[in-house]
Design a protein around this ligand. Structure first.
Ligand code: ADP
Ligand code: ZN
Ligand code: ZN
Length: 747
């Protein structure tokens, strides 16, 4: 009876976030026969006179729709929601925090190949023998259809009694198989083929190592049964055996039937971490899924579905993998949590570590933030009690930390034989290694686009009076500008410190250094690694393999080679220009330099022989360099946090960068000034904004760039107010505003 009187409109409708329309949301009726529509489901819907796809963000109650005539949605794409409730919550939270459309986050959660749905699972046919006809019948078959008999015999002899159709002669064998299937002798099955990004690589199984005391303690804290525990910062020196702890913690969590997510800075630069997970779980039937953008669409599609269906219970990947649909998540590991590649530098500009912490909280999972040099953000959270700290101060392999020397280039470079690139001391150390058949890594810190002024005689860098950060030279205005507060200064003719007239913008690249090296060591096998070289597919992987096999004596590279690599043959690491990073217009410049130097030092002496590190610098007394020399993370953190507090820099405040881009310079300039004026008049006292200024990269891709820096204790406040004002400005298409909350790049 009731059914009869139930009006059609009393059905709840699905509120659908359409793909590719920013945050356009439409309601659709759920037609009879379409079951199981819920939040996070992917659906196909009509839009005007075509069809599109979208994600259900909620079901709207019937009342609200009374009297409306809604178009029905066309179909449900997957049987179960592609986006779980928790990931929907995460997307909505992140969208608000970073002031971006929710749809941009849904795109991260349901990656392109999955969304396009084009890469349907590939299958292959398997032929299974169900009944052996017996000799008599076989003779008959053989006489009539020798082909059918051959197929039956082949299957009869196979151990498993099941073989791929391809092995039975491929598609020509299909017709005879069908006949035999009809007669009940065999069955043809479809089997999904999993496209495996690690196919072709083999991973020798590894067994868990016996943990030392520090590791054992770390493991027991990480695996302790506690609900809603705090994020754990695992501060362990390079080589302290953090990865072994991750492996055993992961095994423990898997045993409890839960899933594990491992985030690494960048998979191509950290192939060893991935390989160690593959190896450890090689013998169990645990599929370790890999997710990263360099994989083919088919591989991404398959790995994503393997995770989503719960077939893969471990997923490993770079920052975007934090959105992987791991079922029943028990543990997240963020390896090298300080690494700046966790920050996405295009929309949505989220921080992978921060969202991972939020996800762990939402899913009641344990999260471990591991690093030899934790970010100041994380150490600050330890100080204020939000995170807990675990330490591993000893190297697990019993090696000593390398001896680090700091060379003062103000005196070393007086010897101009090697263009001031390679000091005589470093050259001699390298020659010694060559003679002994040991390997050297040379690191050239890349300066990016920012150019600051440094005196080659005394090392003085021209800094801002207000922020004590280096000023950036702008050729167009011939001025120095502070990129944090907007302060402008004239370019000095002489060094303000020592009055040398030589103050200049000089810098050098990897190619120039390579030339110098080839002159110094004509007999050595030298390989350069920089963005140019790494752009070739697999080039980096091949070079690292060659280096490991000792087919290369000297590896010269940018920051790229400082990450997570473990080469037993390396006994010397040289850093050519340690202070270049210090002259970036960036509140985290010192922190980054400290981390880079400490990490790179960890690459020396991982084998039997003690390592040596030589750091060339014009500013030998800089805190970042001195603390790195002593491997003193605590000392550095204490000093640097004090400075940040004084200057009101992160982590004591949130810093956002507001950028405007336009092909027309006047337009960019005008728009930023208009917005700046408006913001000045409405921003509450707890939000401060710098004067507008041209960006350090003042023009890129044909667009002029202007920016302001905004600071506040509350990131929410910045996001809400500024994004609302941007929308209200209603500018034309040739003006693009971007707001980068918790910015890591000020370029
Ligand atoms: P980290 O990740 O902290 O840099 P790793 O996990 O890579 O350290 O360990 C460094 C080296 O020490 C590796 O070669 C690893 O196999 C070895 N190692 C780790 N734990 C142990 C242990 N408990 N006993 C012996 N060797 C270990
Ligand atoms: Zn000087
Ligand atoms: Zn300043």
């Amino acid at each position: 009876m009731q059914e009869l009187f139930q009006p059609q409109a009393a059905q709840p409708a699905a509120r659908v976030l359409l793909d590719g329309f920013n945050d356009m949301v439409l309601d659709y009726a759920i037609p009879h026969g379409v079951e199981g529509v819920s939040r996070g489901c992917r659906v196909e819907v009509p839009l005007r006179n075509r069809s599109t796809t979208g994600t259900v963000i909620c079901l709207t109650p019937p009342d609200a729709l009374w009297g409306h005539r809604l178009k029905p949605l066309t179909r449900l794409i997957d049987d179960s929601p592609a986006v779980s409730e928790k990931l929907m919550d995460l997307a909505e939270w992140a969208a608000r925090y970073y002031a971006v459309p929710v749809e941009q986050l849904i795109r991260c959660i349901v990656p392109e190949p999955v969304r396009r749905e084009r890469h349907e699972e590939k299958t292959r046919k398997i032929v299974v023998l169900t009944q052996w006809p017996g000799d008599e019948e076989m003779n008959k078959i053989n006489a009539r259809a020798p082909r059918q008999a051959a197929i039956l015999r082949y299957l009869h002899q196979s151990n498993t009694k099941r073989e791929p159709l391809a092995d039975l002669g491929g598609s020509p064998a299909l017709a005879p198989c069908r006949v035999l299937e009809k007669r009940g002798f065999l069955r043809i099955e479809e089997e999904a083929i999993h496209r495996d990004p690690a196919a072709g690589e083999s991973f020798a199984p590894s067994t868990p190592l016996k943990l030392n005391d520090e590791q054992q303690h770390a493991l027991s804290v990480i695996t302790a049964e506690q609900s809603n525990n705090k994020p754990i910062v695992l501060q362990g020196v390079t080589g302290s055996g953090k990865t072994e702890v991750y492996l055993q913690a992961a095994a423990h969590v898997l045993q409890q039937g839960k899933g594990v997510l491992i985030l690494v800075p960048e998979i191509s630069l950290t192939p060893q971490t991935m390989a160690r997970f593959k190896s450890r779980f090689a013998e169990t039937d645990t599929h370790v899924a890999i997710l990263h953008s360099a994989m083919s669409d088919g591989e991404r599609f398959d790995e994503w579905h393997a995770i989503h269906q719960g077939k893969a219970r471990i997923a490993i990947g770079p920052r975007s993998a934090l959105f992987a649909p791991v079922q029943n998540l028990g543990l997240i590991i963020v390896d090298e949590e300080h690494d700046s590649s966790y920050k996405q530098e295009n929309a949505p500009r989220y921080h992978g570590r921060d969202l991972a912490v939020l996800r762990a909280h939402m899913e009641d999972a344990t999260i471990v933030l591991g690093s030899a040099t934790p970010s100041l953000e994380s150490l600050f959270n330890v100080q204020n009690g939000k995170y807990s700290l675990l330490r591993m101060d000893k190297r697990a392999d019993g090696q000593r930390l390398p001896l680090t020397r700091v060379l003062d280039m103000r005196t070393e470079a007086k010897d101009k034989r090697n263009l001031g690139i390679l000091s005589e001391r470093l050259r001699m150390a390298m020659e010694e290694r060559l003679k002994k058949g040991e390997q050297t890594i040379l690191l050239l810190n890349r300066r990016g686009f920012a150019r600051s002024l440094q005196c080659p005689d005394c090392g003085h860098v021209v800094v801002c009076e207000h922020c004590s950060l280096p000023l950036t030279y702008h050729a167009t205005e011939n001025r120095l500008i502070c990129h944090i507060c907007g302060y402008r200064a004239a370019v000095p003719r002489k060094c303000p410190e020592c009055a040398s007239a030589g103050i200049l913008l000089e810098g050098y690249g990897t190619q120039k250094v390579e030339k110098v090296l080839r002159n110094c060591f004509p007999q050595a096998r030298i390989q350069r690694v920089d963005a140019d070289v790494a752009a070739r597919k697999n080039a980096l992987r091949d070079i690292l393999a060659d280096f490991r096999a000792h087919r290369i004596d000297i590896l010269l590279g940018t920051q790229m080679i400082s990450k997570g690599l473990d080469f037993p043959g390396v006994t010397l690491v040289g850093v050519l220009n340690a202070d270049i990073g210090l002259s970036m217009p960036d509140p985290r410049a010192a922190e980054r330099t400290f981390q880079l130097l400490t990490q790179v030092a960890g690459r020396a002496g991982r084998g039997e022989i003690d390592g040596e590190v030589i750091i060339q610098t014009y500013t030998p007394h800089a805190a970042a360099i001195q603390y790195a020399r002593r491997h003193d993370t605590d000392g550095f953190a204490e000093t640097e946090l004090e400075l940040r507090k004084e200057l009101e820099f992160p982590p004591y405040t949130h810093m956002a960068v507001l950028t405007v881009r336009s092909p027309k310079e006047e337009l960019a300039d005008f728009s930023i000034n208009t917005l700046h004026k408006k913001l000045l008049s409405i921003l509450p006292a707890e939000v401060s904004i710098s004067a507008p200024m041209p960006a350090p990269i003042a023009k890129a891709y044909g667009q002029f760039r202007y920016q302001c820096t905004i600071k506040s204790r509350s990131a929410r406040l910045i996001a809400d107010i500024v994004s609302k004002e941007i929308k209200e400005l209603n500018t034309g298409e040739d003006i693009i505003f971007t707001l980068d909350i918790d910015a890591y790049s000020f370029m």
